[in-house]
Design a protein around this ligand. Structure first.
Ligand code: B12
Ligand code: SF4
Ligand code: SF4
Length: 240
């Protein structure tokens, strides 16, 4: 275990081969209820680790998790990476899929980067559009102060809210069953459609509403990656 502060570039170096990215960090406060680290200390920083576009796909696909036939392979892959890094640096890995209750990943993400909300309830990134997500957060005991540049509220305010200027909001027109209303997501309408023959377009190439957004198209998921997420979503919604 290293006593020296772990720099952002060291963390990124450890993530690059997995196709993952440090998406920014934030300083936890007592109200955030981040658990104590293994040595009993409070975390100095929480780094958000995420995926951008399909950058993680080839690394995940080549891993033993992808084809082992057990449930939730991407979550287990993420857990293995996050826990190994937490152990190496005396930290704590926190996962978006542990719950309920779930950690408020989208709120945390907005403390690390200048993001806006969108009618699809996915956070909108100024470059990646809707094509990004989070695999884990890493709470660490030390921080190189110069590494942490969370977005100030002024920066977030200055970064244009693409959705407010979006003509026609095509994301809200594209869903064949109007599952997105702009303020809520009708989970049952979506999952019922995905089980029908007519839902195969979404199943094979990903959510049509998400694809209709003109922002960050260069980062849109590869069809195989998009289909994997749709399959995972449908699997999670099957009656048990
Ligand atoms: C539960 C959940 C769902 C449920 C939502 C049920 C519901 N109505 O609450 C279901 C299963 C429907 C869902 C679906 C999807 N989800 Co989801 N989901 C979550 C999860 C695990 C917990 C949300 C939560 O309750 N957080 C706790 C509260 C306190 O935290 P919060 O930050 O304040 O929560 C915000 C969200 O809950 C959001 N919200 C509320 N309802 C919904 C519904 C949807 C569809 C989304 C995306 C967000 C959302 O509003 C809250 C206020 O800001 C989060 C991960 C996480 N830990 O946050 C991912 C998360 C929000 N989901 C995500 C994604 C990508 C999806 C999918 C697009 C996955 C896919 N197929 O690729 C789908 C959308 C369906 C589709 N048609 O494609 C991403 C969003 C990334 C981003 N860019 O913002 C997250 C952050 C997971 C991740 N690993 O990054 N999801
Ligand atoms: S289509 Fe327009 S309103 Fe919808 S998410 Fe994209 S930018 Fe926002
Ligand atoms: S996956 Fe298809 S049915 Fe579900 S919200 Fe997206 S466009 Fe609508």
């Amino acid at each position: 275990m290293s006593a020296l502060p772990v720099s952002r570039s060291q963390l990124q170096e450890a993530l690059t081969d997995h196709g993952l990215q440090v998406r920014g960090g934030w300083r936890p406060e007592p109200g955030d209820a981040i658990a104590a680290l293994p040595d009993g200390q409070s975390a100095a920083v929480v780094w958000m680790v995420g995926a951008v576009g399909s950058a993680l796909w080839s690394a995940f696909r080549a891993s033993s998790f992808y084809a082992d036939g057990l449930p939730h392979p991407l979550d287990r892959w993420s857990r293995a990476i996050g826990q190994a890094l937490a152990q190496r640096w005396g930290g704590l890995a926190l996962f978006p899929f542990d719950g309920p209750p779930y950690h408020p990943f989208q709120q945390w993400a907005s403390r690390a980067e200048a993001l806006h909300s969108s009618p699809l309830m996915l956070r909108m990134h100024p470059d990646y559009g809707l094509w990004h997500a989070y695999r884990f957060a890493l709470a660490l005991p030390t921080l190189v102060a110069a590494d942490l540049q969370p977005p100030s509220s002024a920066q977030t305010a200055a970064s244009p809210d693409q959705c407010l200027r979006c003509e026609g909001q095509p994301c809200l027109q594209a869903c064949p069953v109007q599952a997105y209303t702009g303020t809520s997501f009708q989970v049952d309408a979506c999952s019922t459609h995905l089980h029908r023959v007519s839902g195969q377009a979404c199943m094979q190439s990903g959510c049509l509403a998400r694809q209709a957004c003109p922002q960050g198209q260069a980062y849109a998921y590869m069809p195989e990656h998009a289909a994997f997420h749709m399959q995972a979503f449908v699997g999670a919604r099957l009656p048990r």
